[in-house]
Design a binder for this molecule. Structure first.
Ligand code: PLP
Length: 399
């Protein structure tokens, strides 16, 4: 069998075997509806409470502040829509977010703008960081919500969340963070960081797909997003995904408990990858912030002169799975909004490659990538008119 190296953990993780095992009984012998009052459903109710406690423990929250949703995307939608739907009547119809959010936030913001709400998209510096001064300038009397992601899914940059939280608290503005990439991978404390709402998703930390959660600080009043029955204390209707909830709880507990051991190990492997690529590929650029201010598992490169899409297919043939901020993969003409927001040229964004590591990544995997990737880049460049133009441009500059 040929080698397979999965380096797209930011897109999704596998579900850990111990998580699948914990979920299994809730598909079979314990299938009862948690809303049914008979004793047959007791085990399900208890399992959901345990999962809520497992999530709360990792965030520094209490279990009655955790609400299960269908995904990270749903939690993001709920935070934005639920806030303005509640607060617009009080003259608070303005949301501040950033240009580098996940589409779950950006497209929700654009939808709300079409509905007549006001949304500001803050710029970021060239490493992808929001500046507190920009946030302070954007705030008005009408600002209902600040929504800034904890860590970026493309370039891994971690935002100054505690500073932003402290500012919002002082100004009496609700603060939401899309922490889907960060939860169980970097330490989070919703109390110390003054976070009012936080979105998370199980399939980014070795749990199943299609189950998420929202932390909603006690006393935070926002409108519901999904209407129907009285589940989740009347805040989120629909028969609970008990197996998914159990899986989310188990996954967050297990992954977070390994953080102290796995984060440094993954950081070391990531740095080995970055150093190797920067040495072996001429004119390579590392996008994002330095180690310490970026997710341990994230590497994002730009190789001018080539097309990210083609590079992905070459890597695929070598059994390596990554992703790109190039246009075609998103089905649109424009390259990644994140890479554009940090000031990359179209050429740099089109030649981008994101490799994200995980718990199963080994040193051997990284050495394999380093034995393959530089040749792929060199071969594609040798055939590329873009690369020729780039070299000519450099020659002109040096003359
Ligand atoms: C994956 C991701 C989401 C979406 O989560 P789903 O559970 O897949 O809907 C939202 N925000 C960020 C930052 C993500 O990485």
């Amino acid at each position: 069998m040929s080698r397979q190296v999965y380096l797209d953990y930011a897109a999704t993780t596998y579900t850990a075997p111990e998580v699948v095992e914990a979920m299994a009984p809730y598909f079979t012998e314990s299938f009862g509806n948690p809303s049914s009052i008979y004793s047959f459903s007791d085990r399900n109710r208890k399992a959901m409470t345990k999962a809520r406690e497992q999530v709360a423990a990792v965030l520094g929250a209490s279990q009655d502040e955790i609400f299960f949703t269908g995904s990270g995307t749903e939690s993001d939608n709920w935070a934005l829509k639920g806030t303005v739907w509640k607060l617009a009547a009080k003259g608070k119809d303005h949301i501040i977010t950033t240009k580098i959010e996940h589409h779950a936030i950006l497209h929700t913001g654009e939808f709300l703008q079409r509905q007549g709400y006001d949304v500001t998209y803050l710029p970021v510096d060239e490493e992808g960081r929001v500046r507190l001064e920009d946030l302070k300038k954007a705030v008005t009397d009408r600002t209902a919500l600040v929504s800034i992601m904890f860590a970026n899914n493309e370039i891994g940059t971690i935002q100054p969340i505690a500073e932003i939280g402290a500012f919002c608290r002082e100004r009496g503005i609700l603060f939401h963070t899309d922490a889907v990439q960060a939860v169980a991978h970097v330490p989070i404390d919703v109390q110390a960081m003054n976070i009012d709402m936080l979105s998370l998703s199980a399939h980014k930390f070795y749990g199943p797909k299609g189950i998420g959660a929202m932390y909603l600080r006690k006393g935070t009043r926002i409108e519901n997003f999904i209407h129907g029955g009285g589940q989740e204390k009347g805040r989120r209707a629909s028969t609970e995904n008990v197996a998914g909830i159990v899986g989310l709880g188990k996954a967050i507990e297990q992954t977070a408990s390994r953080m102290a051991e796995s984060a440094p190990r993954i950081t070391t492997l990531r740095d080995m990858l970055v150093d190797g690529v920067m040495k072996a590929v001429p004119h390579a650029k590392l996008n994002g912030a330095p180690s310490g201010e970026r997710l341990p598992n994230n590497a994002n490169f730009s190789f001018v002169g080539i097309e990210g899409e083609t590079m992905l297919l070459d890597l695929d043939r070598a059994g390596i799975y990554g992703s790109t901020g190039s246009a075609c993969s998103s089905g649109s003409l424009d390259p990644s909004h994140v890479l554009m927001a940090i000031g990359l040229s179209h050429e740099q964004a089109h030649g981008s490659l994101r490799l994200t590591l995980g718990e199963e990544t080994t040193g051997e995997d990284i050495r394999y990538v380093l034995s393959v990737l530089p040749d792929i880049v060199a071969q594609r460049r040798a055939m590329s008119p873009l690369w020729e133009d780039y070299l000519k441009g450099l020659q002109k500059e040096s003359r």
